[in-house]
Design a protein around this ligand. Structure first.
Ligand code: B12
Length: 360
């Protein structure tokens, strides 16, 4: 029997399985290499880990992680989407080329060498969100921009597993990927989660230059180079400074050592927006001569903008101190004497003693 005119007018245009299929197709066409689906419900198992992490103050100065914990653990919370039925997780790989950008000779993490992923992926997500709305569903889109526990959802949606380094690893692709999520009222058939495949390997835990892992899948952000260089305001603890090595924005140590990242790099077309961009190439000296405003102009459209000038200059002088290269002494002397920031002057003074230790 054919549906009445009334039913065909008001019935959704596609059912759950068809809609899921359509979303996967559209996601892939937009450059997402994996699209996974999970049922939206409170993250009770993960809640234990997140709350323990916060209670141990492993989030350091990231007070927003504490403030948003309740919403992060429940996509149906008032602050997210009370009508949520599904979380769709989308994966976009970034470039793995060895080219460096940022203040030479120092290093910036791979994810931050090109255009800002928030902007690039949000544009793509908006297209999928519009499609879901046209189908009559509520939707909220997140790329590290909302309290959505992205790795937990990625794991539930079966796009990968969380490794001992606490990164989401996609078999065949590795962990150099961004995650994005759509929280929606559309009821869609969920995918199967995959189990962890790290086995007895613990290369990542041992490779961390600052011993930031408390155990498998447990990171003390307060010791993580990524947190220290990007999120922490003010001075970096002297005992952690040597471990920073030449990293000035983020770090890839626990990922670069991972056997799952020994696969051939993802194709260049897919990762093109995040590929190292010459606009963000500079030298340590040039960077240290930028004032706050110049830094913001220079880093416009790059993840590097997040630190602002003061934190980046602090990291750069520490990196120069760790370089062992005495040719950096003149610029360090200049910064130690004249920089507008007390934090940067103190870091430069530390680096001077490292490169030019006082005689006993
Ligand atoms: C806060 C944050 C950080 C913090 C803290 C990182 C951390 N491990 O928590 C800092 C600044 C250090 C950071 C660093 C990085 N980040 Co970050 N970060 C986030 C953010 C905003 C929240 C993460 C979070 O919820 N942490 C809370 C802790 C408790 O969660 P978790 O460690 O992931 O815990 C999981 C498991 O480890 C497990 N677990 C936790 N505790 C325990 C305990 C036991 C006993 C067990 C068995 C399991 C277990 O449960 C959780 C769910 O699976 C997300 C974006 C988002 N909205 O989710 C991006 C995000 C996780 N970061 C991302 C990236 C790219 C990075 C860096 C690689 C950047 C870089 N190169 O410098 C590093 C990686 C460092 C690392 N090894 O984790 C990507 C991750 C992509 C991926 N493949 O996983 C995300 C998803 C952003 C994005 N949209 O792409 N990040």
């Amino acid at each position: 029997m054919s549906p009445s005119w009334h039913e065909s007018l008001y019935a959704p245009t596609v059912d759950g399985a068809d809609l899921a299929h359509e979303l996967r197709e559209r996601g892939r066409a937009l450059g997402f290499v994996r699209v996974g689906i999970a049922t939206a419900k409170p993250l009770t198992d993960e809640a234990e880990h997140l709350r323990a992490w916060l209670a141990a103050e492993r989030h350091g100065q990231m007070a927003w992680m504490e403030r948003t914990a309740d919403v992060r653990l429940d996509p149906t919370a008032d602050g997210m989407l009370p009508s949520a039925a599904t979380v769709i997780v989308l994966v976009a790989p970034y470039a793995r080329q060895a080219e460096h950008v940022g203040p030479a000779p120092l290093r910036v993490a791979r994810y931050a060498r090109g255009r800002d992923y928030h902007n690039v992926l949000h544009k793509r997500l908006r297209k999928l969100a519009r499609f879901l709305r046209e189908e009559g569903h509520d939707v909220r889109a997140a790329v590290d921009s909302m309290p959505v526990f992205e790795r937990a959802w990625a794991e539930r949606a079966g796009v990968g597993f969380v490794g001992k380094n606490s990164c989401l690893i996609v078999p065949g692709l590795g962990s150099h990927v961004f995650l994005a999520a759509l929280v929606t009222s559309a009821p869609l058939p969920p995918d199967e989660p995959m189990s962890t495949r790290c086995g007895t390997c613990r290369l990542c835990l041992d490779a961390c230059p600052t011993d930031a892992f408390v155990g498998a899948r447990q990171l003390d952000a307060r010791r993580c180079i990524s947190y220290l260089t990007i999120e922490l305001d003010g001075p970096i603890e002297p005992e952690l400074r040597t471990g920073l090595g030449d990293w000035v924005f983020g770090c890839d140590a626990c990922q670069d050592i991972c056997p799952f990242n020994r696969t051939s790099p993802p194709d260049e077309e897919t990762t093109a927006p995040f590929a190292p961009h010459p606009r963000f190439a500079t030298t340590a000296e040039e960077l240290l001569r930028m004032d706050a405003e110049t830094y913001l102009d220079w880093s416009e459209g790059s993840p590097l903008r997040r630190t602002g000038r003061e934190r980046m200059a602090r990291n750069v002088v520490l990196g120069l101190g760790n370089s062992g290269d005495r040719r950096h002494l003149p610029i360090l002397r200049e910064v130690a004497a004249d920089d507008a920031s007390e934090t940067v002057r103190e870091a430069a003074a530390w680096s001077l003693t490292r490169l030019d230790p006082p005689d006993d």
